[in-house]
Design a binder for this molecule. Structure first.
Ligand code: SF4
Ligand code: SF4
Length: 472
């Protein structure tokens, strides 16, 4: 159960503090963690990042670009609008590039600064801290909450619990609707949902995501980070002796023990840790960082702030728990720029350059040609050889456009069908055309041709090769 990443030696006299084993009153019988609130630099940064990311999440789907929703990932119509850009399933390589860049950025940050993504930006952490904020406002501090849970049922308990769960459900419902608003037009979604006009599919998905948010941030919390998140399992492969992680300075802290401020620690053979347990009480995953680096640690820095507060009260220097590297603890210099980081940077730069090139060279128009499957060719009453094609024209832009069709590779021919066609924004249009040629004009059974599509505004041209069959 107590799995650790084998990075540093853990002294055998360090006490183990596990929720399920502890006699510490931070936990109740179900090992529920009552996270104690703490103030400090890292919590301030975490809160600000949380507010900014929550604000962006809530506001982005309401932004307009022209007359349409700026970000709308329309799965039903397989059309992903991101401001002026419309991506289609055919643009799969772009999505793949975004995923690869994101993955390598995460690897880079993890190698450099440990699991800071988890501690500061991961939605699980952001929403969990938001739910804890409601819990604290309604039920009080960690100790009060614990006592409150142990109290017998009363009217106060009923209304406070009702208020807490109602606020959690309110946030969950808003979260769910906002999330779905990235996939269906959000203004209509809110109107339909609150006037009971939404389809059963929309209602079902909304309740599903609301339930998931309520369960994850309200009840499961650290269980997600410890037992369900795959990232916590493979992060150790990215760590090295120069990775900044939240670390307890064992050398300085041990031998730990409570004492008054007046006690001379050197004379009493004590280290700087006064065993106040605050670092454990503020930990959202319920671990004791003094046991060494553990895979449950999300690098949130709450224990650093708590310990610094204690160090200030004792007039000891700050930094008994800090973001530091194993090399630094050994008294060796930390290598900030190193091979692994250069490697990640190279991959990120190449993928980013490829992504920019793909975006800038992308033509918002696609032409596919299907030949008539029933007959390669047919002879007309006038003795001409006729081939039939179906053009599939996809207008991937966000404006309606008109296109001209040009045939290359044949000198003289009759064109049967529309030569100029209007295609709406985002429309996939199927257009049958035929080409008829005098057989004396054709000197081989199969002639390579090219069908070219020009936008009438002159800024877009695509072409596709095909063949004209004569027969003999
Ligand atoms: S040990 Fe410290 S940094 Fe790690 S999760 Fe707990 S409070 Fe956050
Ligand atoms: S907060 Fe600091 S002093 Fe208190 S128990 Fe943790 S490491 Fe020791």
């Amino acid at each position: 159960m107590n799995q650790k990443i084998d990075i540093k030696n853990i002294p055998s006299d360090v006490k183990v503090h596990r929720p399920e084993q502890s006699d510490n009153h931070t936990y109740n019988l179900r090992s529920r963690i009552y996270v104690r609130a703490v103030k400090g630099l890292h919590q301030l940064i975490r809160r600000k990042i949380g507010i900014i990311s929550l604000g962006l999440f809530g506001l982005l789907p309401w932004l307009k670009y022209g007359d349409r929703q700026a970000i709308l990932l329309d799965i039903v119509n397989q059309e992903f609008n991101i401001f002026g850009l419309t991506l289609w399933p055919q643009d799969l390589t772009l999505f793949a590039s975004i995923l690869i860049i994101s993955a390598y950025l995460l690897f880079f940050v993890t190698t450099f600064y440990g699991r800071v993504w988890c501690g500061y930006l991961c939605p699980q952490t952001v929403w969990t801290f938001m739910f804890i904020w409601f819990e604290e406002k309604i039920e009080g501090t960690a100790n009060k909450r614990k006592r409150f849970d142990e109290m017998p049922m009363s009217w106060t308990k009923v209304w406070k619990k009702t208020l807490k769960h109602t606020s959690w459900w309110g946030v969950s419902l808003l979260t769910s609707l906002t999330f779905i608003g990235y996939f269906v037009p959000i203004d209509q979604l809110f109107v339909d949902f609150f006037t009971f006009e939404a389809s059963s599919a929309i209602v079902g998905w909304t309740l599903f995501f609301a339930g998931a948010t309520y369960a994850n941030a309200g009840w499961m919390r650290e269980v997600m980070c410890i037992h369900m998140c795959p990232y916590s399992r493979f992060q150790s492969s990215m760590f090295d002796k120069d990775t900044f992680t939240v670390t307890y300075d064992t050398e300085r802290g041990e031998k730990r023990g409570p004492r008054s401020r007046k006690v001379n620690r050197e004379e009493n053979g004590l280290g700087d840790c006064i065993d106040c347990n605050l670092c454990v009480q503020v930990c959202p995953t319920g671990i004791d960082i003094r046991n060494g680096l553990q895979y449950e640690c999300i690098n949130c820095g709450a224990c650093i702030d708590a310990c610094d507060e204690t160090m200030d009260k004792m007039n000891y220097p700050r930094g008994l728990i800090s973001y530091t590297t194993e090399h630094s603890l050994e008294g060796k210099p930390t290598k900030i720029l190193r091979g692994k980081l250069y490697g990640y940077l190279v991959v990120i730069s190449i993928m980013f350059a490829a992504f920019i090139w793909q975006i800038s060279s992308r033509v918002p128009l696609e032409l596919n040609i299907e030949r008539d499957r029933n007959a390669l060719y047919r002879e007309t009453d006038e003795g001409l050889i006729e081939n039939t094609y179906t053009l599939q024209i996809i207008n991937k832009s966000q404006t309606d456009n008109e296109y001209l069709i040009e045939i290359q590779g044949l000198d003289h021919f009759d064109f049967i069908g529309l030569k100029q066609i209007k295609v709406k924004a985002g429309e996939v249009l199927r257009l049958p055309i035929s080409i008829a040629v005098d057989p004396f004009e054709l000197n081989k059974p199969i002639t390579d041709i090219k069908i070219v599509l020009h936008s009438t505004s002159g800024d877009l041209t695509v072409d596709e090769e095909s063949r004209f069959f004569k027969g003999r």
